[in-house]
Design a protein around this ligand. Structure first.
Ligand code: UFG
Length: 330
């Protein structure tokens, strides 16, 4: 089976590419390299450099390969940036995906796994969050993903395109080999920033708000290891292809950790002091985001391999401590 992985040079994409190859699938990667890294793409995959909004580019990819299914990671994903520059997010995250879906239709490819996000829920009414809970994004990034979810529903209705929508909670960690990991520029995510402090690349980590209605006053998130996320993509793909159905799943561990707990755990894992201070709240941050992973466990038999925050941070530390400048070091 040949899988086209759009955005396969990115953080979650590159881990999924490796997982697919390890399971004996053929992989074709398409990536614009605007945020992805060529060095992150496993050498066993074929690579096409281009933009999903470029129909001629997609024609080449689909014509030269016998694609059975698509996994689509290609998107911009910085929440704050999406608030100040919604055009960029709607144009790319919706426009390019629509172009991809049109081409899938044209070439008779009927199955897609789509990267969505917990941001589609906005501020949750209850936690843990289940897939049928209210969706009310509080930023254009989440809105762009929710919009594609709706487009997929109508493509299924009109063209029998079957999809798995995967709503990620907080992806974290790095491949167990230490060869690929997280490298965003600029980096906005909590764990890589904490590890930059441990490496001495930053003086301190600023905690964005300690007056939230949580036990220690800092925001609570559900961290899931990137390789566990990757495995879930393959389980979801196999399910929608075997049963020819469309599904939506939360991808989280079902456990919440506060920002302070994450810092404490990183101190234990790295043995470094990791100074911190308290800063203003970051606009648009919900206080608590925890997935209900019941549906995922029940329907896909999914069990996270990296089931503790220690294990997740250990793998991230292995990557960051050997690649302090990310892919530039390789
Ligand atoms: N945080 C800090 N200091 C920092 C960076 C982050 O205190 O320097 C806090 C944030 O305020 C938040 C938590 O750490 O409470 C986690 O922040 P991240 O930026 O790592 O992750 P988010 O929860 O903001 O974002 C994740 C995904 C997004 C997705 C979003 C849904 O990365 O793609 O969840 O709300 F949109």
């Amino acid at each position: 089976m040949t899988v086209l992985v759009c955005g396969g040079a990115g953080y979650i994409g590159s881990h999924t590419v490796r997982e697919l190859l390890d399971k004996g699938r053929e992989v074709v990667v398409a990536d614009s390299l605007v945020t992805g890294h060529r060095k992150a793409v496993d050498e066993r995959a074929s690579f096409y450099w281009g933009d999903l909004s470029d129909e001629a580019f997609l024609d080449v990819v689909f014509r030269e390969n016998d694609i059975d299914a698509v996994i689509d990671f290609a998107a911009f994903s910085i929440v704050g940036e999406s608030v100040t520059n919604p055009v960029k997010y709607f144009e790319n995250n919706i426009g390019s995906t629509l172009c991809l879906l049109k081409k899938m239709n044209e070439y008779g490819v009927k199955h897609i796994v789509f990267s969505s996000t917990a941001a589609v829920y906005g501020e949750p009414e209850v936690v843990p969050i289940t897939e049928s809970d209210r969706t009310l994004p509080t930023n254009p990034y989440g809105e762009s993903k929710l919009c594609v979810e709706k487009i997929l529903k109508w493509f299924d209705n009109a063209y029998s395109l079957k999809y798995a929508v995967l709503r990620y909670f907080n992806a974290a960690g790095a491949h167990i080999s230490g060869k690929i990991g997280e490298d965003h520029k600029p980096e906005t995510h909590l764990i890589p920033i904490i590890l930059d402090v441990a490496l001495g690349k930053r003086d301190k980590i600023s905690i964005f708000g300690d007056d939230y209605p949580t036990d220690d006053g800092t925001c609570v998130r559900d961290y899931i290891h990137v390789s566990d996320l990757a495995r879930a993509h393959i389980l979801a793909l196999d399910k929608i292809m075997a049963e020819n159905i469309s599904v939506t799943y939360n991808l989280g561990n079902g456990n919440g950790f506060s920002v302070k707990e994450v810092i404490e755990t990183a101190r234990r894992v790295t043995g470094k002091e990791i100074p911190c201070d308290i800063a203003e709240r970051r606009a648009g941050d919900p206080s608590v985001l925890i997935a209900s992973s019941d549906k995922l466990t029940r329907e896909l038999g999914f069990e996270p391999e990296f089931n503790t925050l220690e294990k997740i941070i250990e793998t991230a530390w292995k990557w960051h401590s050997t690649h302090p400048d990310g892919y530039k070091d390789r």
